[in-house]
Structures are given as structure tokens and as C-alpha cells.
Design a protein. Sequence first.
Length: 258
Amino acid sequence: MENFRLHQGSAPLLISLPHDGSELPDGIAARLTDGARRVPDTDWHVSRLYDFARGLGASILVPRWSRYVVDLNRPPDDTSLYPGQNTTGLCPVVQFNGEAVYLPGAEPDAAEIAARVEAYWRPYHENLDAELQRIRGEHGRVVLWEGHSIRGTLPFLFDGDLPDLNLGTAGGASCSVALQRRLEAVLEGQDRYSHVVNGRFKGGYITRHYGVPETGVEAVQLELAQRTYMDEDSFDYLPERAERLQQVLRALLQVALA
């Protein structure tokens, strides 16, 4: 079975969902704590949430494996994306609640981490890059949309409640000024959801690495507070909430395509 699923669309838009995967290889699962085997830090249901984008012509890339295997949105050398702040690494050993991922003494060593990068991280990025090049070759431009979600209250990672919609453009470096303004206008034009631009989540490795506007590749990350479309305790998808949120997501993607 493949490490990921790629749906190829016809529009200059690629949606990458690097933390949607929730599976664990048996050999890794056996070394995890009971709590970590539930993979609670998954970006739950984001592939279902964004499935409507197929109708807009978007390509969609979705991994199979949990971020506990390897975090596809971290640099391969594991340099911190948010120096001085609590975060999790390339092969996380700490959950978002501060508890251990692995049983004592079962953490991966440097050799295992390097092997996971080759087996899981690199194939995702090779295909992500190839799809970006395919789309740019056809259209002369492409928007890479990084779809993420996270529990709205996580004291280990941030203070207080996270805004509902957290747009990140690496401080304006990963997309054009015009695209950021169009997206901000959509967020400011609705009053259902709180939002922030380049707040706690400015964009991870994928946004920062691939978003080079002058080459025709723009990248945007949207981190959703999971309360906007699901139950954060049971991990259940809530269709009515999701449908309301999808109205805003659709408007954002439409202006990304404009």
C-alpha cells in the first residue's frame, strides 16, 4: 500500500494535508504509550473537510501514516520552526499535551530517524514537488494550500484559546501581497469565525520551503481550530459544523484560484 494518495486535478491549486494520516506500522505502534496509540495529534478529518475542493479542480495529496512516524511538515534536519517555543520534532517524542509518545527507552535513535526520513518523508516531498512542477508547467503558476487543524486549547503549545482560523504566509514571504490581501478580505468579510494572520502558526516547513512567489509557486497554510468542525474529545466529525466551515473554505480557495 502506498505511503500517500494523490488526486490530480485540473486547476492551479494543490492541497497538501501532511498531518491527516493516522496509521502506525505495527513495529512502531508496539513501542508507543497507550495514549499515543490513539494518535491524538492527528489533523483529524481534514481530507474529508477539503474533499469538496475536487470540484474546484484542486489536486489533493494525503499521507497514510501518522505524524508520530515522521512529521512531513518538519525539515529533514529537524531544525526548530519556532525557536524558543514548545513544539514537536521530526519524529515526535512528546505529544501536544506534553506527555510522552514512547514507552521508556523505546524512542527512535538517530539511525532510525534517518531511515524513516528516507522511507516516509522523502517520498511525500518528492511527489509534492513533482505535482507542483506539473501544475506550474500547465498553468504558469500554482498555489500550494497547506491544510491543518489542531485542538483549540493546548497549554503546552500556546496560551489561551487559538483563533478559529489561523492563516500563515511565513510573515508574507510565501505568497504574493495580492493573494494575502484577497484571503484576508474573505476572513474579514465573515463574522462566524475568529481569525488571525501570521499569528502563532505562520506556516511550517512545507509553506516556507516551497512558497517562492517569484517562481510562480505561492504557499499558504491554514490552521483550523478543530472545534470548528468536529468534537475535540471524541474526534467525531460533525457534519453540520463542517458544512458551515466549508462555506468559508470554499471562498478562500476560490480567491486563491482567482
